[in-house]
Design a protein around this ligand. Structure first.
Ligand code: HEC
Length: 115
């Protein structure tokens, strides 16, 4: 038994050594070159479109869901949007500062007007 173990260990050692040697050989031949690749991702509606209040909306409303999710809702009044934002704050724990509620509501009102 010990003889068999020794030969297994030897076979593993040889295998590791040959892999290491082939990596070294490839490096020497210059075949192990890391390149940077530029990838252009498609532009989507991941962010809210620019406008007054967009920054706050991008900051506070994309933590849990997409901008599309907000923008595909039926039109609401100002108090409807404020209630919606407060629901996000109170029911779901959205970290929206209180003084940003009217800013974001105004922004969402102008967005739905431009639909
Ligand atoms: C902490 C996570 C969280 C944040 C931050 C958040 N929301 Fe939500 N929002 C949710 C969840 C959860 C739902 C319910 C999703 C569902 O029903 O599938 C939701 C749903 C909605 C809906 C769909 C209507 C409804 O009431 O279900 C609107 C509109 C909406 N959010 C607007 C906003 C706006 C505007 C902001 C930024 C002020 C915001 N959310 C930030 C978690 C969040």
């Amino acid at each position: 038994m010990p003889k068999q173990r020794l030969s297994i260990a030897l076979a593993i050692a040889v295998a590791i050594a040959s892999v290491a040697l082939s990596v070294i050989a490839d490096t020497a031949k210059g075949e192990f070159v890391l390149k940077t690749v530029k990838v252009d991702l498609p532009v989507g509606d991941r962010l809210f479109p620019p406008g007054p209040g967009a920054e706050a909306a991008n900051l506070y409303c994309l933590i849990c869901h997409s901008a599309g999710m907000v923008r595909t809702q039926p039109a609401m009044t100002r108090s409807g949007w404020e209630a919606e934002i407060n629901k996000m704050r109170n029911a779901y724990g959205a970290p929206v500062p209180e003084d940003q509620v009217t800013t974001i509501a105004s922004y969402l009102l102008t967005l739905q007007a431009g639909k």
